[in-house]
Design a binder for this molecule. Structure first.
Ligand SMILES: [Fe+2]
Ligand SMILES: [Fe+2]
Length: 289
């Protein structure tokens, strides 16, 4: 039986936290989401995450959180990064970086059967100045070459891969690289939602379908280039527009405070089949706070 997994883009500041909390409730109660994930790298005043805010977001209904290039901005989170099994930072970092890059969330499908949702976050290499990641293709191939830990417990596993990157090309390339191998590939970091949510055709589609007919298999890989942020949309990427405009127009420094207006949660809702480990639907979501 299917399972629905909602994923929200970068939570920015207090407006983003409020939007994430109300969206988590709506997604669970009205959209049937069994799992709600979010990138929380901008949750603490627009930069990083603290243990207090991590706990509050968990209490608000998030099943797990990911972090991108702002993962280490607040050093209070380091111990939580090491100990929590539902919080990850990018996988492709030096071995001594704090925390981990893979998490497994336990869930149940529509029939109440247990399954596992494995989430991996990767950091892109193009135009990323805050954090230097290693080859993300090599890193994800190493993870996928081994059976997931949950398979030891006989749990069907759905794997989702986040690409936290600036370049659309890098994210799209990863979508094709993992097509047919994971249930979903989704981008974060730009804070701007893209209109390309789709199910990628499997790489061997021609072997499985009648030429000219749509492929009808047990699932595909759900893909979107960027979820968009969960935060104030009357802003420049979550920061007060007047301050950013002043800075860009004058060249003079200004304080990039988090904005307040038009808070909304953006992301996708993926329907996946735990048996095949692939997706059967993806839809874009945008929920006003
Ligand atoms: Fe972000
Ligand atoms: Fe980022």
């Amino acid at each position: 039986m299917p399972i629905r997994i909602a994923i929200l883009g970068d939570i920015v500041g207090a407006p983003g936290r409020q939007a994430a909390a109300s969206a988590a409730k709506t997604l669970r109660e009205q959209h049937g989401a069994q799992v709600v994930l979010a990138n929380a790298e901008n949750a603490a005043d627009g930069s990083g995450l603290t243990p207090t805010l991590y706990n509050k977001l968990k209490d608000a209904g998030l099943s797990g959180m990911t972090l991108g290039d702002h993962a280490f901005r607040k050093n209070q989170i380091y111990a939580t990064l090491d100990s929590a099994d539902d919080l990850i930072r990018p996988l492709n970092l030096p071995p001594k970086a704090r925390g981990r890059g893979v998490m497994t969330i336990h869930a149940t499908d529509d029939a109440g059967k247990p399954c596992a949702v494995r989430v991996i976050t990767l950091i892109g290499q193009l135009f990323m100045t805050n954090m230097r990641g290693s080859d993300m293709f090599k890193a994800i191939d190493e993870v996928l070459s081994k059976p997931p830990p949950s398979s030891g417990a006989d749990l069907p596993t759905i794997t989702l891969v986040e690409v936290h990157a600036e370049a659309t090309s890098e994210k799209i390339a990863m979508g094709w690289h993992l097509s047919g191998r994971v249930a979903g590939v989704f981008g974060t970091h730009t804070h701007v939602p893209t209109a390309d949510a789709r199910l990628l055709p499997p790489p061997n589609a021609e072997d499985l379908s009648i030429p000219g007919e749509p492929w009808v298999g047990s699932g595909r890989t759900a893909y979107v280039t960027d979820l968009g942020m969960t935060g104030p949309y009357d802003s420049v990427l979550g920061r007060r527009a007047d301050r950013v405009v002043k800075h860009l127009a004058t060249g003079m420094p200004t304080a990039f405070d988090v904005a307040e207006g038009n808070a909304r949660a953006c992301g996708v809702l993926i329907t996946a089949d735990p048996k095949s480990g692939l997706a059967t639907a993806i839809e874009r979501i945008e929920i006003a706070a």
